[in-house]
Write a protein that binds this ligand. Structure first.
Ligand SMILES: [Zn+2]
Length: 407
């Protein structure tokens, strides 16, 4: 077994899991059907040693459950296990918050595994996401209950940052209710933390809105100064701003604004909130696109605080939030035509300075393929789309208060 390897900066900005070749579990038994189709690492590492769960099993393997009935079935099984027995849940149809990643070359149509390999392995191969915890802890996590360190056995490999953020994520999932379809409106504002987020998160929705004659406004919160490490901050900003304008030209959007918060240090300060408030007050969008607070990136979390603080009191609009660094379970799925997906990729190609570090083209295609997995289309985007007040109330209830992965 290879001992878990913690990710170095800057990868730890966007990833909490440790990378292993074999899970830290022994004599695994699986529940709910043979998982080797969905998790090739099990075939590679356990082969015939992988049996259905029985009295000799020393650890328990199951897919991460969808909310509702699947979750109840899993909880019933977990309640019967000894409290320290290791439970390993793998990512299948529903995104999970992982504490382990297993990277390998095999895979076929496993879209989330391709997305995760793009984030952490330069787009090569496939990365399985796993959540491994002792049974009693896993039950509390799935129920989104706080997990006190004193009460539970802590394995030596446990990543201290994992539990609190995993519980935050679980609590957030329970709050994603009442999503609405994206209906045609006249004015849409896209507020994104970084250059390229707008194409990745809602490029297809923007194209559909333009085709329906909506007016679009795009606002970037950060300055792109930390995105090209081989040049000065100023030069990095210039390069990325030019890329963003080229991408917008590709989509056919002219109304753009740069608020120039410092990338990786975005803060909901008076200046940026006032600027955003002015733009929203003047343009009066009926829908605002942004990123959800559970996206695993410090600036994406902070963008939510900025949007909340800047929101004009008299603005009656909806928020369509999406997930990139942490995929969102399907809510409002917007199917893209092949032409729209191609145009989205063309716009993404304008961000050449970023594509070298992360294979955003593969990431975008596989994420959009994942979001389409329950529909007839090949590609789709996915949003949690609710009234702004519901969005901000849920954010408050999620109790997600800390910044992630910086400093
Ligand atoms: Zn971003």
């Amino acid at each position: 077994m290879q001992w878990p390897r913690f990710m170095r900066r800057p990868l730890n900005l966007i990833s909490v899991p440790t990378v292993v070749e074999v899970l830290p579990i022994s004599k695994p038994g699986f529940a709910f059907g043979d998982p080797r189709q969905a998790a090739a690492s099990l075939e590679i590492n356990y082969g015939k040693g992988l049996l259905p769960f029985n009295a000799q099993s020393k650890s328990f393997i199951a897919p991460f459950p969808r909310q509702g009935e699947d979750t109840q079935l899993l909880l019933e099984r977990l309640d019967e296990l000894p409290k320290k027995m290791m439970v390993a849940l793998y990512e299948s149809k529903t995104p999970l918050w992982p504490n382990f990643l297993i990277h390998h070359s095999e895979g076929d149509g496993l879209n989330l595994q391709a997305v995760r390999s793009c984030m952490r392995h330069k787009g090569q191969g496939f990365s399985e996401a796993w959540c491994v915890l002792p049974a009693k802890k896993m039950v509390r996590l799935i129920r989104a209950q706080k997990i006190s360190k004193q009460l539970f056995f802590t394995p030596a490999w446990e990543n201290k940052r994992f539990l609190s953020t995993a519980v935050d994520y679980q609590r957030t999932l329970l709050l994603l209710k009442n999503t609405q379809p994206l209906v045609g409106v006249e004015r849409i504002t896209v507020v994104m933390p970084h250059y390229d987020d707008e194409v990745l998160q809602c490029g297809g929705a923007m194209l559909q809105a333009l085709a329906a004659n909506a007016t679009l406004q795009v606002i970037w919160l950060s300055d792109g100064s930390r995105g090209v490490s081989s040049v000065s901050h100023k030069m990095s900003s210039q390069i990325r701003r030019a890329e963003a304008e080229a991408a917008m030209a590709e989509l056919g959007i002219k109304n753009t604004h740069h608020l120039d918060g410092v990338e990786t240090q975005l803060t909901a300060d008076d200046s940026i909130c006032q600027q955003l408030n002015n733009l929203l007050s003047e343009f009066r969008p009926q829908r605002v696109h942004s990123v959800w607070w559970a996206d695993n990136h410090v600036d994406h979390y902070e963008a939510n605080l900025i949007l909340q603080r800047a929101w004009p009191q008299d603005l009656d609009a909806t928020i369509a939030a999406s997930g990139l660094w942490q995929a969102m379970p399907p809510r409002t799925v917007v199917e893209l035509t092949a032409a729209q997906q191609q145009q989205k990729i063309n716009a993404l190609q304008c961000y050449q300075s970023q594509i070298g570090a992360v294979d955003y083209v593969r990431l975008s295609q596989h994420l959009d393929a994942y979001y389409a997995h329950e529909s007839d289309a090949d590609y789709a985007e996915n949003f949690w789309h609710v009234a702004a007040q519901q969005y901000f109330d849920a954010m408050q209830s999620s109790q997600v208060k800390t910044r992630r992965w910086f400093g």
